[in-house]
Ligand binder design. Structure first.
Ligand SMILES: Cc1cc2nc3c(=O)[nH]c(=O)nc-3n(C[C@H](O)[C@H](O)[C@H](O)COP(=O)(O)OP(=O)(O)OC[C@H]3O[C@@H](n4cnc5c(N)ncnc54)[C@H](O)[C@@H]3O)c2cc1C
Length: 284
């Protein structure tokens, strides 16, 4: 498949990117790794007369681990996440998730910024970032602003980002306790039928805090506060697990597609969430 003709730009600074976005409006789109956008252009599902490559920019490829937070530049790739030992030491759920995205070739190109900005409900990083209570820094003609991952996603491919804004950084408070990213897919390289990101802390044998987000079970990632709260104050016994699954099912809204009918997706979501909670608890 060959995309429609487009103009290609590779600015060397952010001011140049924003000037092009302002000039061309809806007709312009930034590209990071290109592993979501180029397939969409080839399939003629995205019409992009003006394509602005971000790879000419510097300063967006760093991972910084501070005492209380992590900052990940938008052009950091999924492979960079997997290989960064300092990151894996403080937030191993990032590596666990990245390893379940696509295959090594895609992970070598696909960026964290592209994955979270894309707005595809099948992308794995948005749910993860909601679980970790991350925030996204956006820069545009009016300057910089931060948007919480839990408030960023509005509908499929619709986010709080304005057309003339670029996502530059993902900031994450240092996670605590046990973690798990569980993903059910039809085959290696596939998007999730259902996936769950879970972080849990414990005091003694009691769950002190929990955070749960689900992927590809609605037109946005779903942070389930009700499922998270169902675990707090419990010893994560069978009753608590069932309550969390039941609360999560009340928050998701899957639709039938080639990954299965709604009843099947609800079933898989429940199995995946149970597994994720049990694994996170065993690591807490
Ligand atoms: C075969 C295959 C399998 C895949 N499987 C999975 C999977 O299992 N899980 C998964 O999560 N992903 C999967 N992907 C997607 C892949 O991980 C993408 O690379 C990723 O989703 C997007 O990152 P990118 O850097 O390639 O973004 P691009 O394709 O360059 O951009 C994607 C979108 O985000 C916008 N964008 C990119 N960067 C920015 C920015 N900094 N600021 C504002 N907007 C921006 C672009 O304008 C575009 O609309 C798969 C892709 C392929 C080809």
């Amino acid at each position: 498949m060959i995309p429609a003709a487009f103009e290609y730009y590779r600015p060397s600074d952010m001011a140049g990117v924003i000037a092009l976005l302002e000039e061309h409006g809806d007709d312009a789109r930034v590209m990071a790794g290109g592993h979501s956008l180029i397939p969409m252009m080839k399939l003629r599902m995205a019409d992009v007369p003006h394509l602005i490559d971000l790879q000419g920019l510097s300063g967006l490829s760093d991972i910084t681990v501070d005492t209380d937070s992590i900052r990940i530049g938008a052009l950091v790739t999924q492979t960079d996440i997997i290989r960064h030992e300092g990151l894996a030491a403080v937030a191993p759920i990032l590596r666990e998730t990245a390893l379940q995205i696509a295959d090594p070739q895609v992970r070598n190109m696909g960026t964290v910024g592209g994955n979270v900005a894309n707005g595809d409900p099948g992308n794995d990083m948005p749910g993860l970032m909601q679980c970790l209570n991350a925030s996204f820094t956006l820069v545009g003609p009016d300057g910089e602003r931060d948007v919480a991952a839990r408030a960023f996603y509005e509908a499929a491919y619709m986010t709080a980002r304005e057309d003339d804004e670029v996502l530059t950084t993902v900031s994450i408070p240092l996670p605590e306790g046990g973690y798990a990213y569980e993903k059910q897919k039809r085959k290696i390289g596939d998007y999730a039928t259902a996936a769950a990101a879970v972080q849990i802390t414990k005091t003694g044998e009691i769950c002190a805090a929990a955070s749960i987000a689900m992927t590809n079970l609605s037109d946005t990632p779903v942070f389930s506060e009700a499922a998270s709260m169902a675990l707090v104050g419990t010893s994560i016994d069978g009753t608590a697990l069932s309550a969390a699954v039941s609360a999560m099912l009340g928050d998701i809204d899957p639709t039938e597609d080639n990954r299965g009918p709604v009843a099947f997706k609800n079933h898989v979501a429940g199995v995946i969430l149970r597994r994720a909670i049990e694994r996170a608890w065993s690591r807490a």
